[in-house]
Design a protein around this ligand. Sequence first.
Ligand code: F6R
Length: 606
Amino acid sequence: MCGIVGVLGRHEAAPLLVSALGRLEYRGYDSAGIATLDEGRLGRRRAVGKLVNLSDLLVHEPLRGKSGIGHTRWATHGAATEGNAHPHATPRVAVVHNGIIENFRALRDWLGERGYSFASETDTETVALLCDHYLGEGLSPREAAQQVLARLEGAYALCFLFEGEEDLIIAARKGSPLAVGHGTGEMFVGSDAIALGDLTDRITYLEEGDLAVLTRAGAEIWDEGGAPVQRAVRTIRLDAQRIDKAGHRHFMAKEIAEQPVVLAEALSRYLRPDGSLTLPEPGLDFANLDRLVLIACGTGHYACHVAKYWFEQLAGLPVDIDVASEFRYREPPVPARSAALFLSQSGETADTLAALRYCKGKADRLVAVVNVTESSIARESDLVLPIHAGVEIGVASTKAFTCQLMVLACLALEAARARGRLTGSEDARLVAALRALPGLVHQALDIEPEAERIGRKLAEARDILFLGRGRMYPLALEGALKLKEISYIHAEAYASGELKHGPIALIDDSVPVIVLAPHDELFDKSVSNMQEVMARGGRVLLVSDRKGAEEAGTGVWEELAMPQVDPVWAPLLYAIPAQLLAYHTAVAKGTDVDQPRNLAKSVTVE
Ligand code: F6R
């Protein structure tokens, strides 16, 4: 959360900073700001709200200078005001920060006792003032930065820009990612390689505890212990199309539509034409595992939840699932002969990373299932399983979710084989059904006009319930999450069988109830639960296939007809109606679909 960037350029820095911040806006959009050095003096512009407000401000009040730093904010300490926007600065130093300084109150007190007063409510301002203090004592910029870092507790990626130092940015990383970009006679730094995409493709990822001194001649890096280190410079393949909406109104719409293609791609990376499965080295020895631990946050957690059904039913392999924020502090025993899988689109989610670190030395193998293969979670794992979704920009995850499911489906199949749980014909059926999925997803996208029509009706509701049984229960949870995060309509999901244990009290004719029920082994049970809702005046939207629609009987409020799918893999297909309903409900409500309020794409604080 929060995106930071720094430029030591050959041209004016402000436009480069703003354009890099545009590629980081997915990390937060509460406010944005930049600081540059103009003839050695620090200048700063900040604006509340989206980056466009900062761009407008810069038209009227330009900032000159070829060296600068910038920030796009997801508020942690203090409201989204101009005063709380980064950079935080004194005449001697300007600072941008991603993370949380946990001991900032103690530092504020310490600074207060030394005569400093504060212009913001942020934790970051203490970093700027502390640095100012050490510079005032006569320390060099690097010495001052080192003194500051030694006093910080918490997580940070930081960039410092110093008065009078046109050829210097100091960057430091602990707990939040940071990438250094190498140009020709120019140097850059940013929260990720995407930020630097238009500037360079030569990237050095800083490691935990690193401090980098950037000049136009290059970067010198010191590790956590203060020893000089060399970090590799990698050439990153940057896809120029990645932040293009390709004619769609929103990134989310584009990303929903891309799913047939990216799912086929993900599948082809794991399932060979001869039906065998291939995992990157060092692979996973499922035959000798007693347990899997699957950890993630948000949408990724629901993918874990689906996978639990797959691993347990297909492979007889017990699975524990948890949200990372709970797992990391619960001190759960991690049994021997277990593998721990961490699902994360961004690969930077702070809680998931902490859960991974907790499992180090406990689980036999740490496995990252990530979209961003250069991410912290990937780099700290023993085995990286890329989901091949391509860059996902919409804050509400869509294609990353289904690609996570695709990779997990392949893993579950591999586990079932390794543990001798499948007959030849079952195996062949599951493989054929998996291969059919990208095509079925393509067909399922045809429901879009219907989803749009129904979305307009759902947009009038105050509360919406989702129901699902078995493998569809996590899909109900995902449907409710998607709907609430982008339409701001209160939505809850329940396992259909749980309804009568309490939530049925919520049912009346103002509450649409979305029932996800393919014609599977639990279909009759789902129909009974649906009848219970309708008997109480509830308006049921049934999402099912042709067989399901035929057998469901009459009385439903609305129906969405899905293609027939092998019930085992149905969650992959039923993600589509969940996404399309959320999307069109949000569009009907006129909310900011790609950048919903209060959210950010990459959650690097806990
Ligand atoms: C919801 C959504 C979030 C993320 C969660 C974890 O649509 O996108 O719930 O799934 O913040 O993010 P990653 O997968 O990057 O760890």
